[in-house]
Design a protein around this ligand. Structure first.
Ligand code: ATP
Ligand code: MG
Length: 272
């Protein structure tokens, strides 16, 4: 349907993403202009809507989408745009905030596991269990030997999910530090965006390099064949939306889904 090649953005298992060499503003995925890109995105929305309906109707497959990014990276906006028009029935969004006391009293995967998709469902993780090797690492919330073990634990967890029929796609929305400045400033300047700003965001911004290093290692350690990371150049929102949508369309098309067969005899029924 489209000419979007997503392969350069998929991180092969066992390799580093080299975030420092990836330009967050690059536009190699789609060479048309913004207007055409937005039009194309409308047709992709319609396709995703069809595929989600089929997933739901078939009721067999499960899709887990993980979104991670720096603050203002566009996680919320990606969800809004990519799933625009998709039937909310069968799609769940789980946002992972600072853990509650109850959550902290359990292992760190407990709260993630509860939100994984059931048959026929799509679960979208807005932040995820990966916070437990990101903010937890940068803020020294647990000792290094403990968070370091989590890479293998997460690989095992996701392999288990995949073996149990969950298809997993993980997106890192890669923005530049300059783009973050713009977006944070507009959160402060524009009254209707102010609710999105929190003073803590400035502290996190100061630790930009430490976070980039944490993302780099996290992606290298946990991009696997059943649960790959996709590094999405995300400074240009409309390009970002095209890439995420294309990956999801290809993924769902690859699942070989079918509408359920009618019961024998249904073809001869006429409703009076
Ligand atoms: P936006 O990106 O739109 O600002 P958000 O996802 O940042 O939305 P917030 O409520 O602003 O939502 O932030 C959630 C905070 O919770 C983040 O700072 C994140 O690092 C933190 N958090 C998430 N998981 C954990 C965790 N396991 N341990 C500690 N902090 C966590
Ligand atoms: Mg925030």
């Amino acid at each position: 349907m489209t000419a979007i090649d997503t392969t350069p953005f998929i991180v092969s298992p066992g390799t580093r993403p080299h975030l420092e060499k990836r330009d967050p503003a690059e536009s190699s995925a789609y060479d048309g202009d913004k207007k055409d890109g937005k039009e194309l995105h409308l047709t992709m929305n319609a396709r995703l809507e069809e595929l989600q309906e089929l997933l739901y109707a078939e009721g067999k497959q499960k899709l887990l989408i993980v979104l991670q990014a720096m603050d203002t990276g566009g996680k919320d906006s990606t969800i809004r745009h990519v799933f625009d028009g998709v039937n909310p029935q069968g799609v769940k969004v789980a946002s992972f905030k600072k853990p509650t006391e109850t959550e902290l009293a359990h292992d760190y995967l407990w709260r993630a596991h509860r939100h994984t998709p059931a048959r026929g469902e799509i679960s979208i993780f807005n932040r995820s269990h990966y916070e437990d090797v990101l903010v937890v690492r940068v803020e020294n919330l647990v000792p290094e030997e403990k968070w370091r073990r989590r890479y293998a634990q997460i690989r095992d967890f996701e392999r288990m999910l995949a073996e149990e029929g969950v298809t997993i796609r993980k997106f890192f929305l890669h923005i530049s530090k300059a783009e973050q400045r713009e977006r944070m400033q507009s959160r402060l300047d524009e009254p209707h965006k102010r609710w999105k700003f929190s003073a803590g965001d400035l502290e996190v911004r100061k630790k930009w390099d430490a976070y980039q290093e944490a993302f780099e290692e996290m992606i290298a350690e946990t991009s696997t064949e059943p649960a790959p990371w996709i590094v999405v150049p995300a400074d240009r929102k409309w390009q970002r939306n095209l890439i995420v949508s294309q990956v999801l369309i290809e993924t769902l098309e690859g699942l070989d889904m079918q509408y359920p067969d009618p019961e024998p005899g249904w073809e001869s029924i006429t409703i009076e």
